[in-house]
Design a protein around this ligand. Sequence first.
Ligand code: NAD
Length: 493
Amino acid sequence: METIEKLTHYPMVIGDQLVSSGNEDLVDPATGEVFATVALGTTEEVDRAVTIAREAQVAWGKLSYGERSLALLKFADALEAKSEELARLESQNTGKPLKLSLGGDIPFAIDNLRYFASAVRRQEGTAAGEYLGGYTSMVRREPIGVVGAITPWNYPFMMAIWKLGPALAAGNAVVIKPAPNTPLTTIELAKVALESGLPAGLINVVTGGAEVGEAICTHPGIRMVSFTGSTRTGKRIAELASPLVKRVTLELGGKAPFIVFADADIEAAARGAVPAAYMNTGQDCTAATRIYVQNEVFEQFLDRFVELTKKVRVGNPFDDATDIGPLVSETQRLKVKGCVDEARQQGIRVATGGEVPDGPGFFYTPTILVDAPQSANCVQEEIFGPVIVVNRFSDEAEALQLANDIPYGLAGSVWTLNVQRALRMSAAMECGTVWVNDHLPIASEMPHGGFKQSGIGKDMSHYALEEYTIVKHVIMDISGDQKKAWHSVVLDD
Ligand code: NAD
């Protein structure tokens, strides 16, 4: 008799309850097979989660910074103890190589959480003085209340922590909605939080898609929406949040330039371009997507970059010999393939790649497009796959003009050994992060967030902690005078 293997079902986490209502299949991007099922939330679950979050937040917000810090450090330790399990789950759910989730995403996110647990102890108001004669003023940073968090599918665990870390450290509670196709590590981290002793109701996970997201944006009990995802959805979120004047932070799309001057170390630039373009199968908001190379070194750079690109091993995420895994879904692969097909039709040269390999899973080969017009979709729009354009420029002014000539402004890099040029370019590039002679490294202590249509607000660093607080001015009479001179404007006795 044939045995039917029962798929693991992942429930939502609301308060300390695991809620199993609804049922959605989850597909393994490396095989195209359903491997688990997940609960599907509705506006009712959002409502319940907000009520529970609010109750939990009142007590949590009153704890001292040190008490909150300790609880978050214990949470971080508990996550670390489960790193391997979390990394495996993340790789199965997203298709990213285990060497990236276990060696990168999970430990980095835990470091981020520890940073916020520590940074909150350093939080202080900026004023304590007599700015007005007879009064002492102070500035307090208050928690916002219940924060709604909505995350994308490319770095599910890390994006969840980037929101939970500062929100919880600042004294808020969170209702979080992961992307519908990659909810598993967010659900698991909420369970680990409960096991670690973090009070129930501080992290509530409601699964689902746009309907649940919109319920979060419009719920009157949610005072702030922290969103990471596409620019298109970000605009919708800002629209939904505005009638209640909710705070929003929007971490949106990117189309990072990678500018190589003739005076750069060309071998270093060609090597650096490989992870910059293909890490996480190019599904990275800061991925290098437009390489601009100065005419004199164009062929030298391109030849070496093509040679190195051909060495990138596409395969099973759990194989040590894999450098990049599949795209996250068939929909995403069709989008990527569509962009490359369109470029071909426009006569843009494909130097390598542009193929859908035989076999199961949503794989796509690393692809280099060459000499695309600046106005082409492949130069202007996010592709979010292992596809990069290599174009040329003549001088610094043209490089800068091309780099800034897009609606996005998340990140970019400049490759040069000339210090003055590096400083000039990094000041003039319109983006939230500029790398000099590298592309991608980030640190918990440093901010991440966009210019222009790449968003509003910052993740990581003390700037993120500030996003999740409200500044309050408290002003106290220190004179004890019953009759104050200024009262005479309406009480002139
Ligand atoms: P997406 O905008 O399609 O979805 C993001 C989240 O929004 C998902 O949870 C989705 O269910 C939810 N959502 C969709 N419609 C909604 C609506 N109407 N109301 C409320 N929520 C809604 O983005 P994606 O395809 O999941 O992720 C890829 C995008 O994320 C890329 O554009 C990438 O650049 C961006 N991203 C940005 C950063 C950053 O830090 N700036 C980081 C990672 C990813």
